[in-house]
Design a protein around this ligand. Structure first.
Ligand SMILES: Nc1ncnc2c1ncn2[C@@H]1O[C@H](COP(=O)(O)OP(=O)(O)OP(=O)(O)O)[C@@H](O)[C@H]1O
Ligand SMILES: [Mg+2]
Length: 310
């Protein structure tokens, strides 16, 4: 008997209907879906933070909150209570606009109250996502971040299959814990099976550094994301520490990168952004050079930028 772990995500065949990404009004250079093998690992927080990070580097960013059953992107970007507008003359949805001009579309904007639950079946979810993608006037975007529903079950499957073949790739968010290794592998397997190339793994809540002593604690056990990423032959993009200021900023609806730009989590997140911008520089080319690195975090060295940008 093989001693290979039994990690195998079954994907129904044939594939469900493909959704045409109707970026008719413009052009989106990178489309990155954020996934996780299980819920609560900080997937939405990382999606929002990556969006803010790209925008801080001068890119034009949109976020599609495709987590229909648990939409939290509007709250994370301080847009709770905002609305989407429908331009009936052009038959297009106008996204809400968040900090740094980030365009956001979420089912949350259509719910009557914060406590309302979405109780739709898969077919309706697909239709909503189709409308969000094909009827939204996103304009020209450098990056679109897509927050998928958590896990590897029916909800992420419905959306990931529909988008299959049209995404630049996926970023998998993991968090340390008992079975985190298996869960990271499961998410990588899921992404590959729905034909979304894995860009890499980010380990969130890796550890906590005590501000009084400077000592780092691995509160949930040793992070396994890096090892699992290496074993699965995908990039490890970095780890983000646990920091109460992150949840405090979240609760206030202010992106932590903007509220606490000089904390370790912000620096690490921007390192991930810079490595992604380097990796996708060909796709992002054509972007106005002057705009790159318009804003810097306190303490970031002027010389750390691309020489061409100056
Ligand atoms: N590095 C961190 N430090 C402190 N708090 C964090 C960190 N990452 C996430 N959190 C908090 O953990 C909670 C869960 O995060 P988030 O909602 O992003 O997870 P999720 O994976 O999207 O969850 P779901 O599966 O429900 O969609 C939030 O309250 C968030 O503020
Ligand atoms: Mg979420």
């Amino acid at each position: 008997m093989s001693n290979k772990p039994n990690i195998n995500v079954k994907v129904q065949q044939p594939q469900k209907q493909q959704i045409k990404l109707g970026f008719s009004a413009g052009n989106v250079k990178l489309k990155i879906a954020v996934m996780s093998g299980k819920g609560g690992v900080g997937k939405s927080l990382i999606t929002a933070a990556l969006a803010v990070g790209f925008a801080l580097r001068g890119l034009k960013v949109g976020v599609l909150d495709a987590d229909i059953y648990g939409p939290t992107i509007p709250k994370l970007l301080g847009l709770a209570g905002s609305s989407l507008y429908y331009d009936d003359k052009r038959d297009v949805i106008i996204p809400a606009t968040g900090p740094l001009n980030i365009k956001v579309v979420s089912i949350d904007f259509l719910l009557p109250s914060e406590d309302s639950a979405v109780v739709w079946r898969g077919v309706l979810v697909s239709k909503a996502i189709e409308d969000f993608l094909s009827k939204t006037d996103w304009g020209d975007l450098d990056v679109m971040m897509i927050d998928l529903p958590p896990g590897t079950g029916d909800a992420p499957l419905t959306i990931a299959q529909a988008l299959s073949g049209q995404l630049t790739g996926s970023i998998i968010v993991s968090a340390p814990g008992d079975v985190s290794g298996r869960i990271v592998k499961k998410a990588i397997d899921f992404s590959r099976k729905v034909k979304v190339p894995v860009i890499g793994v980010i380990e969130n809540m890796c550890c906590f550094t005590c501000p009084d002593t400077g000592k780092t604690y691995y509160v949930f056990g040793e992070p396994e994301g890096k090892r699992m990423a290496e074993e699965a032959n995908v990039s490890f993009l970095g780890e983000i520490p646990l920091d109460p200021r992150i949840s405090e900023a979240n609760n206030a609806g202010v992106p932590f990168l903007l509220k606490y730009p000089d904390i370790e989590a912000s620096r690490k997140l921007m390192t991930v952004i810079d490595s992604l911008m380097g990796r996708f520089k060909d796709e992002l080319s054509g972007q106005t050079k002057r705009e790159i690195r318009l804003m810097k975090l306190p303490g970031e060295e002027e010389s750390s930028g691309n020489e061409e940008d100056k």
